[in-house]
Design a protein around this ligand. Sequence first.
Ligand SMILES: Cc1cc2nc3c(=O)[nH]c(=O)nc-3n(C[C@H](O)[C@H](O)[C@H](O)COP(=O)(O)O)c2cc1C
Ligand code: SF4
Length: 455
Amino acid sequence: MEAYRRFKFDSFEDLKKELSRLGIELPLAEDTGMLQQPLRIGKNSVSNRLVIHPMEGCDGDSRGRPTELTHRRYRRFATGGAGLLWFEATAVVEQGRANPRQLLITGDTIKELAALFQETLDAAVGKNGTGGKPYTVVQLTHSGRHSRPVSKAQPIIAAVNPYLGDEKQAAGNIITDAQLEALEDKYVEAAVMAAQIGFNAVDIKSCHGYLISELLSAHTRQGPYGGSFENRTRFLLNIVDKVYKKLSGKIDIAVRMNGYDGMPYPYGWGVSREDHRRVDLSEPIRLVEQLQQKGVRLINVSAGSPYYNPHVGRPYDSGPYIPRENQLYAIERMLNIARKIQAAVPQTAIVATGLSWLREFAAAVAAGGVAGGWFQLAGFGRQSFAYPDFAQDIINTGKMQRQKCCIACGKCTELMRLDGVTGCVIRDAEVYRPIYKKLKAGKPSMVGKEVADHV
Ligand SMILES: Cc1cc2nc3c(=O)[nH]c(=O)nc-3n(C[C@H](O)[C@H](O)[C@H](O)COP(=O)(O)O)c2cc1C
Ligand code: SF4
């Protein structure tokens, strides 16, 4: 396996040369016009193929309501011109928040979330906006084993996993079947509120090792929510059925799902049972086929766990430690997963993940992916923190500007891990650099440390 290399491509030709040297196929189209084509999702239309991924700013208040920093982030996203705006992880219950500032959707927060939503739409159509309303999705989450609703971790675990820490401690925090059944209804309540607010869709978040993602791989769990494929997918599919039953026609359902966990069987989803470094999409494809049959028309495909193998799903470049894998392999893997899933469910719009590391060349990969049928929508995560108007630039000029791009330095993730509010330390430095400097002061350096990527 070719080792990690820093990003150093001055031209499209440089990137193509490196891809050919590594034997990697990425979709490439220098003409990005394709990205301007509208797309229908259910009854609604998305004005272009560019998506802002769900990106938490950890800047809610202690009750889970947005603050001025949250509003600022969404104003920036809204005026940036992306056709689809996927609102960040928003917990359906207090105990399932990933941090004490994660947004929460309950009767206590609905008024403030509605105000955030309205201001976002107004910004999109207003003076600095593009004049068009984006298609909006809100991501409903329960953080499962990564729950930390107060400053201390309070894990709620689907299945014991020796790769993720102390088995004895985990055994005391396993969520019961009755609790899971009751939690299904909390997702429905949250979906009802999302529909009242006016979102086009709710995402039943099933990625990155959080509760539903962990259930998908809960081979070792006993009872109705573990073991067989039917049992492991039961919680997600029950929620989908219940939301459709309650809200038929009033809101779309989307799913952000891992296609590949990169964690050994029997603890990983989308992995070969013999070798977890190999992708095996038989179960993810079976699941998306069922979701499509039920009416789901939007799936955002991601990979990995931010806590276990962060760079499987979030290629990293220039920070203080060295990932094991060459990032272009990680990008190729993610885009190929999107491609195979898109081929399996052609009526569903697949959103691809993993483009930010490519800087300005992401526009050509996004266009190539859409033109070649690899995926129908191209998602941008960190890029939307660094360069919220990337979509407008692509639409107006056909390309992105290098000097505005995310450099995949990982500082926004570091801010999260330091328990700070987060955003781009490099390109939105006026707000986030002072916060970063303050939180970093006195902390040990990570220079020279290798991250355990397990791939
Ligand atoms: C600071 C930060 C916050 C994130 N918040 C979320 C989130 O709320 N929900 C989610 O599904 N993914 C979240 N992600 C993951 C991104 O949506 C995205 O999958 C990842 O950054 C890879 O895409 P990129 O290469 O375009 O950044 C977050 C990532 C970062 C760095
Ligand atoms: S801090 Fe900014 S440049 Fe660095 S990874 Fe995050 S968004 Fe990209």
